[in-house]
Design a binder for this molecule. Sequence first.
Ligand SMILES: [Zn+2]
Length: 113
Amino acid sequence: MNDGEVIHVDGYYPGAGQKPPDINEVIESIPSDAIIANFFSCHWHACPHIQPTGRDQIKCPKTGKTWKEVYTASQNHVAQLESLGCRVVTCWKHEYVKLLVTVPRAQEIHENI
Ligand SMILES: [Zn+2]
């Protein structure tokens, strides 16, 4: 990995029709001083903001697993990355959307991504 290089550490792969990379191989390639920008979609990662109650019984429609199971798996992934020595900065989608509405510069940056 080179300085400034962007890699996906959550298994997501934007290449349509292509096989995603082996997440374990990706994680092994992360240097311990990496700063990881972690973006959590509220539904795919079971944000407590979306489903605050009944999380250990109600299933998340996106995954078919309980909200608690999905959230725990997401938090375990962050802990795995942190255990490598990386700094993980997490932003939930609802926080990002609020930022876009309340901070004009954020909207400007978003439009240029
Ligand atoms: Zn959320």
